[in-house]
Design a protein around this ligand. Structure first.
Ligand code: ATP
Length: 257
């Protein structure tokens, strides 16, 4: 389970995320959508402990990211948008390194490494140096590493970028099966179609604030009543207007509720 409790993050005087409160239950796949600069990466970095909130608290499985960082990390897997590997390690060595970092007993680590190499179809390249990997292979290896310790929560920043269709299929199937087993997924994406296919609920963030929170069906209800298509509604919700004049809220400025 993931909780954002009145979370604000500023860079200098500038707010990137403002008063975000959001609770994502066990087994839910949640997609955070929004245009460039909306605050998605900032939100994700707070969720994995790379940034501290300026105000408020973020909790994973009840553990506060700031006060109980280690406990929160043990429950979390993270796939960043630009994954880093060690070029002079093979894929298999990299997975052993991650298993050691989590303090996994060797027998269990060996089983889990074998399992993830199978899941992500990495057997053919597992003993090659990571420097020889294509972008898609690197991404698959990072997914394997993120899932090695069976986290309760998986955090994905733009997960499908750089993956070929076969890899996208592997990742989608895996996300579906793991969430059925109870894993919670928090994913940022620019792709409405992906959110529509995978997400139980979506949040649409604009200028650091959630402008919509609900299911795709609820988003569709708005389409049925007010709009021509889901894409048009999304574009309307996320269109960033010039900063409103004094006394006018952003919502009033865009005409959205
Ligand atoms: P994108 O889709 O382009 O990756 P995003 O939704 O992930 O965007 P963020 O990267 O979280 O958005 O940025 C939110 C706001 O915070 C933007 O206005 C951005 O310019 C600002 N910002 C992000 N990182 C920093 C930083 N390190 N220093 C100052 N401002 C920052």
């Amino acid at each position: 389970m993931i909780e954002f409790d009145h979370v604000t993050r500023t860079y200098g005087p500038k707010p990137a995320v403002t008063d975000l409160s959001l609770s994502i239950p066990r087994g839910e796949l949640f997609a955070l959508l929004g245009p460039n600069g909306a605050g998605k990466t900032t939100t994700i970095k707070m969720l994995v402990g790379l940034l501290r909130p300026s105000r408020g608290a973020v909790r994973i499985s009840g553990h506060d990211l700031v006060k109980e960082t280690r406990a929160a990390h043990l429950h979390t897997g993270y796939v960043p948008d630009e994954p880093t590997l060690y070029d002079k390690l093979t894929g298999r060595e990299f997975l052993w390194f991650i298993a050691d970092m989590f303090g996994m007993p060797r027998r269990i680590a060996g089983e889990k490494i074998g399992r993830e190499i199978d899941h992500f179809e990495l057997a053919e390249c597992a003993d090659d140096l990571a420097e020889s990997y294509s972008l898609g292979m690197r991404q698959r290896l990072v997914f394997a590493a993120a899932l090695l310790h069976d986290p309760d929560v998986l955090v994905l920043d733009e997960p499908m970028v750089g993956l070929d269709p076969r890899s996208v299929r592997i990742v989608k199937d895996l996300l579906k099966s793991r969430t059925r087993e109870g894993m919670t997924v928090f994913m940022s994406t620019h792709t409405l179609a992906m959110a529509e296919e995978l997400a139980d609920r979506v949040g649409i963030m604009v200028r650091g604030q959630l402008r919509f929170l609900g299911t795709i069906a609820e988003l569709r209800d708005q389409v049925a009543t007010e709009h021509t298509s889901l894409e048009n509604l999304y574009l309307e919700l996320t269109t960033v207007q010039p900063v409103a004049s004094a006394g006018t809220t952003p919502a009033e400025a865009t005409g959205t509720p």
